[in-house]
Every structure is written in structure tokens, then in C-alpha cells.
Design a protein around this ligand. Sequence first.
Ligand code: FES
Ligand SMILES: [Fe+2]
Length: 415
Amino acid sequence: MTDAPLAQDAVVRGSVYRDPGLFQRELERIWYRVWVYVGHESEVPKPGDFVRRQIGLQPVIMVRGNDDKVRVFYNRCRHRANLVCFAERGVAKSIVCPYHGWTYANTGELVAPTFDDGYDYDLEKERFGLTPLPRQDSYRGLVFASVAAEGQSLAEHLGGVTEFLDLFMDLSPEGEIAVDAGEQKVVYRGNWKYMPENSMEGDYHGPFIHGVAFDLYAKRTGFDVTALATDEVPDVIRSLPGGHMVEDYRGAPMDPPKRQPSAARLEYIAKLKARHGEAKAAAMLSTMAPLLYVFPNLMYVITHLRVVQPVSVDRTHSYYFPVMLKGAPAEINEARLSDHEFMFGSAGFVSPDDVEIMERNQVGMQARGDDRLYIGRGMHRERSMPDGGRSGMTRDETHLRGFWRHYVSLMEDGE
Ligand code: FES
Ligand SMILES: [Fe+2]
């Protein structure tokens, strides 16, 4: 560490993407301290369903027990610490460690060590159940956990970002999403922080790296998405206290092509109006739900939840989970999936370009000289908002500066 701050105002030091020592510090100061998104309850709908996840580098599983409760456990056998669960997802009445066969109930209790006649008769099985995460909580089905026993409540951590989480979940006529349409895994040779930064500033980089995709989308749908960013609309870009970032298009209604809506679309509109009332439904339908980033690892991007998972300072996994709207006609969800494939699928026209550009960014970051990066767009005109955040115009970097302020506050407090 040098004395220069890692980030200040519009300047970020390149070493934050490159220095293995800082990566270790991030694990301790960020990933093992704050609330981290684990998964959505709808991913484990039935007793025994489980998914394998990570918090920083620590493996965990989220499992629905026979008592219907969703729990997050460390994915670590209490015998000699093998992964009790290797599959990425599945269903299990009991969880059997593949190494020496210790067996746990899907509610976590140790059912039996193996060859148990060799164990002291007073081995206290209740002391050797799977270890739950010290803290677990949820918001509208989004399950978060923390490996730190103490700290802010989840409600404090999320703060004002719940308003934006609500907006995409409210697209469901039942107010519930279903994360059950599969997942994509994206691997890139670059730092984890590129993913939230890149995902939330598409209006800036879009014209440069997504031109082909935008043209194709306009041809396919008759809808020119670049029109969204033509004007510098105030308050689209938002930073929220806690490092969260938002692209909020509510002030920038889209003007989709006037076509006769399908019967399914009319049914969907009617259901939304019934749930939310005429005015709110009309506002929701006139634009897309905000893109958002919940610090440190969850994003909502147009069609899907996106999770970022650090592997090392220059390697990252990311998972895309298309979001289905419960209660919406099948055709509406199919259209969401089709849009998802077009933009974000592994052979899609948007996301592969982002992944390529993030890998190049990591290579560029190896060049030294002056190691400062500049994220000053819109700094002179950003506004303080009542929620304690700041807002900027469509292509401003206001939210990135908010992310870095929070990052620095975690990385540099109480040395
Ligand atoms: S490490 Fe799991 S049974 Fe031995
Ligand atoms: Fe992009």
C-alpha cells in the first residue's frame, strides 16, 4: 500500500484491478464483512433442492429443508472439510459427503458419521451439523448472507435500493419473480469490479462496442434503443449510499413502435393495471425497469439477475439468471427469454462484446506510467438527492464515483 488513496473524487488507481494484495484485502474488508447475495428462493422451490454458491472464496450452499425453510450453510464437511456438495444444483433428501460418507439432513443436522462403531459412544452429533452462515436474511425472495457475525442489518445495507428492486419485481402481475429459466456462466480474465462498472454504464460505452447489436435490434423490433441515450436526461444515473448503482429510465420514457399489441400483451397490461392502478402501470410500461447494482455482487440488467463472483485479482466468474414474471402470460416470459438470448446469451450480440472489452481492460491495466484512471464525467453537474445519493445525466459517471467512495470507506477505515 502506498499513501495515495485507492480512489478519490474522479481518480481511481489502476492497482485496484491488478494488485493481489488488494484482492486479499477486498476479501476481508468487503466480501467477508457485508451482506452478499446468495440466490433467489425460487431456485430451490421444493424440499431438498439446493444450489451451490460462494461468498468471496468461501463455498456455501443454499438448501430448502424438509421443513420448507431455506438455509445457507458453509459447503464444508464437519469431518475434514471436503465440499459436502459438489454439484452446482440438485435435489437431496440428505447430503452425503463424497469423501468418507458423513451424512447430513437437508436441514443441516448430522445424521450419521460412517463406521460409527469406531467413534466414541458420546460423540455429540448435534455439535457436528453443517454450519449455518452467521447471518442470513432475505428481501422479496432474494436471499442474502454474511460470513460476519455482526454488522449492519440487511435492511440497512440495502437502504434505498429496495425502491429499485421493487420496480422490476413489480413487473410480475403477482409481485413475484421466478428465477427458474436456467443460468449462464461467464468466465473472464479480468477483475470482478469491471462487471458492475461495465454493466451500469452501457449508455456511455454502448455506441462504441454495441453498435452492431443496436442496429440489429432496431431491424428486428423496429425499436431504436439508441434513442434512449440521445439526450442527456437528468437523474438517470444514480449512486446510492452503500455503493449501490442505478440507471433509472423513469424520466426517459421510451417511444416503442406503435403496433397492435398481441392478446397476451393486452392480458398482461390488464393484469398490471389491476394490481398497480392505471397510472403506475402506464408508467411501468412506458419504459424499462431500472438497471441496478446491489453492492457487492448482485445486478439486475434488463432481462436477468447477474451475479459477480471473484476468483482472483484477474479472473472472475459471472452468472446470468433470466428473470421470469409470475402470473404473466407465457408469451410475455418467452419474449423476455428471447430478448435475453439476443442480448446476453453466449452467442448474443451484447454481452460477448462486454466480456471481450473487460478482458482487454485487464491487459491495458498492466501498462504503467501514470496509473490514474479518470471517471470525472458529469462531476461538475451532479446533484445530491434526498436519499443521500447523487444523480447525474445519462452518460455520466456519477454512480461509479459513488461505488468507489463506498469501496474506499470499506477498504481504508480503521487500518
Ligand atoms: S471430509 Fe466429509 S466425510 Fe470426511
Ligand atoms: Fe455493454
